[in-house]
Design a protein around this ligand. Structure first.
Ligand code: FES
Length: 113
C-alpha cells in the first residue's frame, strides 16, 4: 500500500489516498476518482495537468520522465533547462510532473496543485 496525499489551496483539508501495491494508475486517474478534476486533454499534449510531486521519503526514487513529459513540462514553463539536465545526468526528479503521465509507484508522495 502506498500513500498519495493531495493538497490544493481551495481545499481546507488534504485528501489522503491509500493505493494498493501494484496498482497501475496515473495521478490524473486517481484525481478523477476523488473528484479533483483538471481541465486537460488526458493524453500528454496540453500541459494543463502539471502538478508538484514531492516524495515523502528521503531515499525516494521516482519514475523518470519520458521525452513526451519533458517536452510538455518544458513548453508549459514547469521544467527549466537546469532541471532537465538534473533529470538526465543525476536522475533527480523535477518538482513538476504531468499527472496524466505519472504512474503511482511504491513511493509515498505529496501532490500539490
Ligand atoms: S492531460 Fe494534457 S498533458 Fe496531461
Amino acid at each position: 500500500m502506498v500513500t498519495v496525499t493531495f493538497l490544493t489551496p481551495p481545499m481546507r483539508d488534504k485528501i489522503v489516498v491509500e493505493v494498493p501495491d501494484n496498482t497501475r494508475i496515473t495521478l490524473l486517474n486517481l484525481m478523477k476518482r476523488f473528484n479533483l478534476p483538471r481541465k486537460c486533454c488526458g493524453e500528454g499534449k496540453c500541459g494543463n495537468c502539471a502538478v508538484k510531486v514531492m516524495p515523502l521519503r528521503k531515499s525516494a526514487r521516482l519514475v523518470s520522465l519520458s521525452e513526451k513529459e519533458k517536452r510538455e513540462l518544458f513548453q508549459a514553463g514547469k521544467l527549466s533547462i537546469e532541471e532537465c539536465e538534473s533529470v538526465q545526468v543525476k536522475d533527480i526528479p523535477p518538482r513538476w510532473r504531468l499527472a496524466c503521465q505519472y504512474v503511482v509507484s511504491d513511493e509515498p508522495v505529496l501532490v500539490a496543485f
